[in-house]
Structure formats: C-alpha cells, structure tokens
Design a protein around this ligand. Structure first.
Ligand code: HEC
Length: 476
C-alpha cells in the first residue's frame, strides 16, 4: 500500500461514459449476469439472483486493503444496523472483492463475520474475468488495486436506476440515499432523478458522483471536534462502553495503554504491527478478521480522539489525592501546598540518590526537556529511600539538575501512600557490601490539570514523543 495513496485512490475516476448502457436504465442488458460466489461458498448469477427486483448497494473492496476498504465496509455495517430488517428483505448489500485471486470465500467469510454482516449482506468473489466485468460496468476501470474507486453504487434492479454515493460522509444521509432508491419512499421525483432525466438520457447520467470522496482532508477538513471525528472514522468499528464490535471496546482505554502508545497506534497501526509491537500483535490476534486501518490521523487528531474517548469512558482515571504529596517534605525542608499543584499538569518520578544509573538519566532527561522552556512545569522526584535521603542529601543531589525539579521525602507510610496512588512499586535489595539498593518503577507519571494520571514516559520513550506528550499535556 502506498503511503500517500489514499488521497489518490479516492479521487473519483472516470465518469461513466454514454453508450455503456441501453437507453432505458441498466437492466438485464447491461448488468453482467456472471456467476459469483458468496462468503458461504454459494454460486449465484449476479443479475438474476442478486440484482433483479432488488435495491442494492455495491461496494468494491479487497480484504488486504489497509485503509479505505475496512473504513468503507464499517460504514456499510452502520447502514445495515440503521436499516434493520430491510436488509435482506428488499435492500441488499454486496461487498465485491476486486482481488478475487486472494479473496476466497473462506477469507470473505472471516471478513464478513468481523463486520457482523447479517443475512442480506453478501461478500462476493468469483472468476477474475467475471468480477472484472462487473467492476468495469460500474465504472471502475483502474488497473491498480490501490487506485480503485471507493464510493459505492446504489441500484434499483426494478427501475434500472443507478447512482454513485459517498458512504464516508454523513451516515444518515447515506442511509437516506439507500432508502430513496425505492421510488415509493421518495414521494415525488427528487432533484437527483430529475437531473438524470434532464441530462443525457439513460443511466450514464444517473450514475454520477454525488459527493466528494474521502481522504482525511475531505472527511475531516481542518481540525474537528473529537466527537465528529469519532463518528466518521471510528464508530463503525468501535464503541466506548457498549462492548467489542469490529474492534475492541475503547472504554477506559487510557487506563490500559499509555498516551504515547495510543497516539502512535492511531497515527500508524501498520507500522506498529510491522515492527512487532507486542500489544499491536496481541490485538491483531484477538481480532483476526480485520485490521485497524490506516486513517491518516494527525497528532492533533489523536489528542482530540483520546480526549473524546476519555470523556465518554465509564471507567475513569483515578484522581490523585494531592494531600499525599503535600504531606511529604521537600529538599528545602518545607511542604508543597495544594495550590502549588492544583489546576496544572506536573510529573512524578520515583527514585533515590544512590541510584546508579536510571535516576540520574531520568532527571537529566527531565532537565533537558524543561531546560530553557521557562515553563513552570513541576517535576516531583519522590525518594523511596527515606532512610538515606534526607532533605539535605536531596538538596545537594538536585544541584546537578534543572531547578523545576522538586525532591520529596517522607516516612515509610507516607511514601507507601504516594506510591500506591500511582501503582508504583519499590523494594530494598541487599548488596554484598552490606549496603542496599532499591528496585523501583522507573516511569515518570504525567498528571493533568484535573489531577488524573494522563500517561507516563520512561527513559526509553524517544525524545520527540516525550516532547509531544508534554505539549499535549500543557494544551489540555
Ligand atoms: C474497520 C474497523 C476499524 C476502524 C474504522 C477503526 N478501528 Fe480501531 N481497531 C480496529 C481493530 C480490528 C482493532 C484491533 C487491533 C488491530 O486489528 O489492529 C482496533 C484497535 C484499536 C485500538 C487499540 C485498542 C486497545 O485495546 O488497545 C485503538 C485505540 C483504536 N482501535 C482506536 C480507533 C480510533 C480512535 C478509530 C477512529 C479514528 C479507529 N480505531 C477506527 C478496527 C477499527
């Protein structure tokens, strides 16, 4: 799949030329009556069994397509849900594979199941030359798979009327367009039909692009609210709190994944699978039928989507009780006040001054991130070595690092109370020389201005990601 192919592959190709069809609509004479095979292995005649006398939605897809086909198929799933029992009665959906060599009925069955296809929604394959004929007749003449047309074709097998529709726009509009294929539902000629009749007569005029097709820039012009984006790009496959659908339920997402991971996954899930990210691979194994598509999500989109998912999650981030932090003693021998922490983001790191490598590395990274920014962003370095790290020791230690870092210490109970809030752990390990070291969580927890743990970074997080997270945190 070409990275930048999405825009190109969505551009409407040819408009259907005259002379492709008879003058009286596309009926038996025009629609190929070739054999096609369903996801259940049944062979049917395309015109006689699938089109004649029915209202149909044709969608051309292939299952290895990584961006637009899954999104577009998910849209059909949403339409199926809204049309209810009409799908299978008078309305039929056909997702036709344009890669019949690879898309066997078994593969299509798996794909259909992933999208919860009901009885009136068939996934079709067949002999390449037969499929090619259908594809050609319905106006998709591009040789390259990745360049295939993505809008769907709506047809009425009784009247012979056909038209193109963009399934990626407003879902209600899409559903209405399907319903309107039934003349009885229209209550009078619509503009669309009138246009077809006034123009060059015949179906060539009826099958015309009705809307601008998808690419991220078209569906999502500029920055959009998380809710609008979620409705258009995600809701076909995900719920927040209503259970797994095509993909996993996103309820409480930020409780189980770091922001950095989510952001990266949204921006490019293909890349994450390619580099064998263990979580991405485990998810792929759990949802075998279809992969999370590549949707041209930008950084700012990802932040908005995460905020939307967070806001609609039932499982909420725990709020950090600030008084556990203000109970600790600073390296100056004083206490932070609630006012120092309330209403602003900050970070909390656990460590100790005898720590040989990871603590100095973390604090140097923080110094580097904070250095020269002139921000008031606070980093709290909580020593889990209450015995050795007195305020004096901590003060001397901090001299080497940025002045936005505040070290904190306390008694065993106070430290345990703070660590418990973050789910951080630490334990003494005896050394051969009679001394001890401490095994401890190395993450830096990021707290947003509402006192929620909004994510974490660690020394392995690439610096651009660290900066991105901080910028995001500051902008919330
Ligand atoms: C065509 C269906 C589809 C669409 C559209 C889709 N996803 Fe997914 N998503 C999946 C599937 C399937 C998975 C499971 C993992 C995989 O297949 O890569 C997944 C996984 C995820 C995960 C990981 C969940 C976890 O438990 O860690 C997140 C986060 C996610 N999707 C968010 C989104 C968001 C946000 C959007 C909209 C911008 C979106 N997805 C659009 C199908 C989809």
């Amino acid at each position: 799949m070409r990275q930048l192919g999405l825009a190109g592959l969505l551009v409407l190709a040819l408009s259907v030329g005259a002379g492709e069809a008879g003058a009286k609509g596309w009926g038996k004479d025009y629609v190929p009556n070739v054999p096609v095979v369903t996801q259940d292995g049944k062979t049917l005649k395309f015109y006689d069994d699938l089109v004649k006398g029915k209202i149909v939605v044709l969608s051309f897809i292939y299952t290895s397509c990584k961006d637009i086909c899954p999104l577009s198929t998910a849209r059909l799933g949403e339409a199926q849900e809204r049309l209810g029992s009409r799908v299978g009665r008078d309305i039929f959906f056909y997702s036709i594979s344009i890669e019949p060599e690879r898309d066997t009925p078994e593969r299509l069955k798996q794909y259909a199941d992933a999208f919860h296809a009901g009885p009136g929604w068939l996934f079709l394959t067949g002999l390449p030359e037969d499929i090619q004929q259908i594809r050609y007749k319905f106006g998709d003449r591009r040789p390259d798979l990745a360049d295939h047309r993505n809008d769907v074709v709506l047809g009425n097998g009784t009247t012979g009327e056909w038209q193109r529709e963009n399934e990626l726009g407003d879902i209600e509009h899409f559903v209405r367009a399907i319903e309107d294929m039934d003349p009885a539902a229209r209550g009078g000629p619509t503009a669309k039909l009138a246009a077809a009749k006034d123009g060059a007569p015949g179906p060539s005029a009826a099958v015309r692009p009705t809307t601008v097709p998808y690419d991220r820039g078209h569906v999502m012009e500029g920055r959009q609210a998380g809710s609008a984006m979620f409705a258009k790009l995600c809701a076909g496959c995900h719920t927040v709190g209503r259970g797994d659908h095509v993909g996993p339920d996103l309820d409480g997402l930020t409780l189980r994944r770091s922001r950095a991971w989510i952001t990266e996954f949204l921006i490019n899930p293909i890349k994450m699978r390619a580099r064998k990210d263990p979580i991405a691979l485990a998810l792929a194994a759990k949802f075998p039928g279809v992969r999370m598509p590549y949707l041209q999500i930008h950084d700012s989109d990802a932040a908005d989507l995460i905020s939307y998912i967070d806001a609609h999650s039932r499982q909420q981030q725990p709020t950090i009780a600030l008084d556990t932090l203000t109970a600790l003693t600073t390296h100056e021998g004083t206490h932070l006040t609630a006012a120092d922490l309330k209403g602003q983001p900050f970070a909390v790191v656990f460590g100790y001054t005898h720590c040989p490598d990871v603590c100095p590395t973390t604090l140097l990274q923080w110094s580097n991130l904070l250095g020269g920014t002139g921000t008031a962003f606070k980093v709290l370095f909580v020593s889990v070595d209450g015995d050795r790290d007195t305020p004096e020791v901590l003060k001397a230690y901090l001299a080497a690092f940025d002045s936005h870092i505040t070290a904190l210490t306390g008694d065993a109970a106070q430290l345990a109370a703070v660590a418990a809030q973050f789910g951080a752990s630490y334990a003494k390990v005896a050394e051969s020389n009679g001394e001890y070291s401490l095994d401890h969580t190395v993450k830096s927890y990021l707290i947003d201005q509402d006192g929620h743990v909004a994510g974490s970074i660690d020394p392995e997080t690439p610096e651009p990601d660290q900066r991105r997270l901080l910028a995001w945190l500051a902008a919330r």
